[in-house]
Ligand binder design. Structure first.
Ligand code: FMN
Length: 175
């Protein structure tokens, strides 16, 4: 049984400010968090890929958000038995979380778990995402979060890694 699970949603392709990336910023951060903590990772992937074009992806994401959709996921759910801490890595999409993240959290059940929100963004920080999590999952403890700019993750990986290490350590994890 695992106590701490790193869960992430991240998109490769064209993105705001960073151009076309092979590895999304959240994926880079989730991989680092998993290595630092020695914890397994689960990737949230929508059953159909989002478009690689930023504009097209934005349009689809906005529509899903307006519909409060819970899109189907591609991968089977991981075992959540004994998972107390969820390190949740996701991008800020219009101030909110991408809807597939809600699909995951709904299916996993968040009551009695701690959520550590780590949000990648391009200027709006964690936005409303921590409040959205608190509202959607009142039975969970939503902990202080961390916001990381995608351009920093992609362009200054040492800086991003140091911020992540400090955040996890300040949050009480033994690294
Ligand atoms: C659909 C969409 C909406 C976005 N909305 C915002 C936003 O409201 N505020 C912001 O700061 N960044 C926004 N961004 C930028 C992403 O949060 C940023 O590029 C992030 O680092 C992407 O992480 P990823 O590479 O792991 O997918 C948006 C990006 C996309 C694709």
């Amino acid at each position: 049984m695992v106590d701490t699970l790193v869960v992430f949603f991240s998109r490769s392709g064209e993105n705001y400010e960073v151009g076309c990336v092979e590895k999304g910023s959240g994926r880079i951060i989730a991989d680092s968090a998993s290595a630092m903590l020695g914890s397994p990772e689960y990737e949230i992937v929508r059953s159909s890929d989002y478009p690689a074009s930023y504009e097209e992806c934005s349009r689809e994401a906005e529509k899903e958000r307006m519909e409060n959709a819970r899109p189907a996921l591609r991968f089977a759910m991981p075992s959540m038995d004994g998972v107390r801490n969820v390190i949740l890595v996701y991008p800020n999409w219009w101030g909110d979380l991408p809807m597939p993240v809600y699909s995951f959290l709904d299916a996993a059940g968040m009551d009695g778990r701690r959520i550590y929100p780590i949000c990648t963004h391009e200027g709006n920080g964690i936005g409303m995402t921590d409040r959205c999590l608190k509202q959607a999952y009142p039975g969970a403890e939503v902990m202080r979060g961390l916001a990381l700019r995608g351009t920093v993750v992609q362009g200054k990986p040492d800086e991003a890694e140091a911020a992540l290490r400090k955040y996890l350590s300040d949050s009480g994890f033994a690294l």
